[in-house]
Design a protein around this ligand. Sequence first.
Ligand code: ASP
Ligand code: MG
Length: 421
Amino acid sequence: ALIVQKYGGTSVGSVERIQTVAERVQAAVQAGNSVVVVVSAMGKTTDSLVKLASEISSQPSRREMDMLLSTGEQVSIALLTMALQERGQAAVSMTGAQVGIVTEARHSHARILRIETERVKRHLEQGQVVVVAGFQGISDAPDLEITTLGRGGSDTSAVALAASLQADACEICTDVPGILTTDPRLVPSAQLMTDITCDEMLELASLGAKVLHPRAVEIARNYGVTLVVRSSWTEDPGTKVTAPNRLPRPLEGLELAHPVDAIEFDTNQAKVALLRVPDRPGIAAQLFGTVAQQNLNVDLIIQSINEGNFNDIAFTVEKDVLEDAKNLASSLIPSLRGTSEDGDTVALVTDTQIAKVSIAGAGMIGRPGVAAKMFSTLAAAEVNIQMIATSEVKVSCTIAAEDCDRTIAALCNAFDLNQSP
Ligand code: ASP
Ligand code: MG
């Protein structure tokens, strides 16, 4: 099988660790695999380089930052390759440019356009392990600028290589045993997940799970890469991040094709709004605490800032629990009322004629303006936005249900997506 293994900074953080990684890579070869290894810079090297730059200049140019930061990975590929050769394992190190990772000409946050894999394949055929510098690429000729993919970009390099080489698996080898249900430093009882879908992973990543970069997950999802997150030091199977079965996409414009990967809509939501709620600490906690106790799943929440001491708070729930949510909200009204001087103000309204429309895609990370483009598209279509919620990989708006179809059409058009049947 052809395997891409990625080792993060901690896993190659010292000479001993590099030797252990070499041993593992060699074991994978001896088990009959062709292996491409992608590595990060040793330990906190990248941070140290950033600090060094900040001591020289308060506004270093992005180009020179890329020139500087790309050196970190060049150290670890050379050392790991030496360690492999020392063990009698044929291996060759390659920079992003040498391995054919062609990116946009955009310093510090470049996206991968394509990978020219002929050279890697040749080395693999000769029985060599190819050790690749993660996090970096090169812009198209004639400029051939050294670029970096954004912090944490080695995951992206690894998965993109796996996609281009049609590797059988991409293993992200790291200092945790896999994807855990929550942060084990905060919750000692955190459980290891054996399987998780790419979509679930994207939502986790946007909430701050630091194990796997969302751009890498998105490439895995789009190109059907089999992704495994596992410990660098044990044989445990780790967590399999499964991609849906998809028609293979052309690899041209690998990461780029669209900052927005999908347009989703949901017409099964209803809105509950509490109007003129006194503005004081604890109101949201009281409301949503009670809602959660009743096991009502709230999706979008908006709180408007009103003049005076009142807020409007609205949230959405699935239509079939609207009655429950409504009863619950109205039962809270007496306790939400302000002091007698405020008067008897709180009012409850609901609306079932709404739709939630979302644009989704890890491609929007590091691309300012995607949300703005969604809003201006809706404005041009004269669609009124009621509520907005954003995560790193999604922007959702609620709108009037009757506007749903033309909103989707306008968004597909604006983001260059074919409307799915
Ligand atoms: N060395 C780079 C960084 O620290 C890339 C990576 O670790 O994935 O951001
Ligand atoms: Mg890292």
